[in-house]
Design a protein around this ligand. Structure first.
Ligand code: ACO
Length: 320
C-alpha cells in the first residue's frame, strides 16, 4: 500500500506586482531581476491571508478529488508564515472546511514544507494509521520581507497549493529527506526573544535575511544529489523520469540541476516567471497547474524536490 495524489488545488492573491512595479519603489529593474532569477512578476496579498488561501486551495483540491471534508483524517500544512503563532494554520483550515474527523497540525521546514508534509502523510498512510490526507503548502512571505532589502524582497511571492492523498496500490515509490541545522544561518527570520519580567533581551521580531549566493550554492549541490538518491531508492534511472517538479526558487537553480543531471530542461516545468518564490506553496501550485492542464498521463514518473530554510531538502518520486 502506498499514497496516491488524487486531487489538487491552488490559490493565488489577486494583486499582481511586476518587476516594473517594484522598480517604481526601489532601485531595481526588470532586467536585473529576470536575468538572475527568471521572475517577471509575483502576487502579493492585500486582504488575503495564509489561512484563507490554504482553505481555498483545499476546497479546490477536495472538489478535484471528489472527496468530502468528513473523509479527511489528516491535515498537514507546510508553512512558516501562518496568520497566528497558534492555533496552527492546519487547525484554522480544518475549521473553515469542516473536516471534523481530521487531526491537524503544521510543519515548519521552509521551502521544503509541502514536500515534508506530503512525506509525513505518506508515512502515516503506509503504516495504516490514516487513509486520506489533505496536504497544503501556504505562505504569505511578503509580510516577512524587509522591503528595503532589494536583494531578497524581489524574489518572493504569496500563494497556496494543496493535494488530497489517499491509500492506493500505486503512487509514491520513494522519498528522501535531509536537514543541516548547522548551515541554517544563511536564511533566517527571527521570532520574539525572551520577554519576561526577569530578563532583558534585545532580540526582536525581524524580517527575512538571506545570503543569496550561499543559498544558491547549497541548492545546486544538494538538489541533484537528493534527486539521484530518490531515483536510486525507487530502483529507476534518471531517464525513467517524465517530469521534475522542483521548488520554484530561481530559474538558474533549475537550469543548473537539469545540467548536472544531464536531463533536458523540457522535463522541468516552471511557473516562477509569474509567481516568484512562494516557498512551501511553490511545488503544489505548479503541481495543480499541470494537473489542471492534464499534463500528466497515468503511470508517468514524477520527481518533486524541495529545498530551503533549515537547511532542509528532500525529494519524492511517484507514479501518477
Ligand atoms: N536590483 C538591482 N541590483 C541589485 C538587486 C536588485 N533587486 N539586488 C542586489 N543588487 C545589486 C547588489 O547591490 C550588488 O551590487 P554591487 O555589485 O554594486 O555591490 C549586485 O547587484 C550583485 O549582488 P549579488 O547579491 O552578488 O547578486 P547575485 O548575482 O548573487 O544575485 C541572487 C542575487 C539573485 C539573490 C542570487 O544570489 C540567488 O539567486 N541566490 C539564490 C537565492 C534563492 O534562490 N533564494 C530563494 C530563497 S531560499 C529557497 O527558496 C531555497
Amino acid at each position: 500500500m502506498t499514497t496516491r495524489i488524487i486531487g489538487t488545488g491552488s490559490s493565488i492573491p489577486n494583486r499582481k506586482v511586476t518587476n516594473d512595479d517594484l522598480a517604481k519603489i526601489m532601485d531595481t529593474s526588470d532586467e536585473w531581476i529576470y536575468s538572475r532569477t527568471g521572475i517577471h512578476s509575483r502576487h502579493l496579498v492585500e486582504q488575503e491571508t495564509t489561512t484563507g488561501m490554504a482553505s481555498d486551495a483545499a476546497q479546490k483540491a477536495m472538489e478535484n478529488a471528489g472527496v468530502s471534508p468528513e473523509e479527511i483524517d489528516l491535515i498537514i500544512v507546510g508553512t512558516v508564515s501562518g496568520d497566528m503563532c497558534y492555533p496552527s494554520t492546519a487547525c484554522l483550515v480544518q475549521a473553515k472546511i469542516g473536516a471534523v474527523n481530521a487531526v491537524a497540525y503544521d510543519i515548519s521546514a521552509g521551502c521544503s514544507g509541502f514536500l515534508f508534509a506530503l512525506n509525513t502523510a505518506h508515512a502515516y498512510i503506509q503504516s495504516g494509521i490514516y487513509q486520506c490526507a489533505l496536504v497544503i503548502g501556504a505562505e504569505t512571505l511578503s509580510k516577512m520581507m524587509d522591503w528595503n532589502d532589494r536583494s531578497t524582497c524581489v524574489l518572493f511571492g504569496d500563494g497556496a497549493g494543496a493535494a488530497i492523498v489517499k491509500a492506493n496500490n500505486a503512487g509514491i515509490r520513494a522519498i528522501t529527506q535531509h536537514s543541516d541545522g548547522a548551515g541554517g544561518d544563511v536564511l533566517v527570520c527571527s521570532n520574539r526573544g525572551s520577554n519576561n519580567p526577569f530578563v532583558t533581551s534585545d532580540t526582536k521580531l525581524d524580517y527575512t535575511k538571506m545570503e543569496g549566493q550561499e543559498v544558491f550554492k547549497f541548492a545546486v549541490k544538494m538538489v541533484p544529489k537528493c534527486v539521484q538518491e530518490v531515483i536510486e531508492k525507487a530502483g529507476l534511472s534518471v531517464d525513467d523520469v517524465d517530469y521534475f517538479l522542483l521548488h520554484q526558487a530561481n530559474k538558474r537553480i533549475i537550469e543548473s540541476v537539469s545540467k548536472r543531471l544531464k536531463v533536458s530542461l523540457d522535463k522541468f516545468p516552471t511557473n516562477i516567471e509569474h509567481y516568484g518564490n512562494t516557498s512551501a506553496a511553490s511545488i503544489p501550485i505548479l503541481l495543480d497547474e499541470l494537473n489542471r492542464k492534464n499534463t500528466f498521463q497515468k503511470g508517468d514518473i514524477i520527481v518533486m524536490s524541495g529545498f530551503g530554510a533549515g537547511l532542509t531538502w528532500g525529494a519524492t518520486l511517484l507514479e501518477w
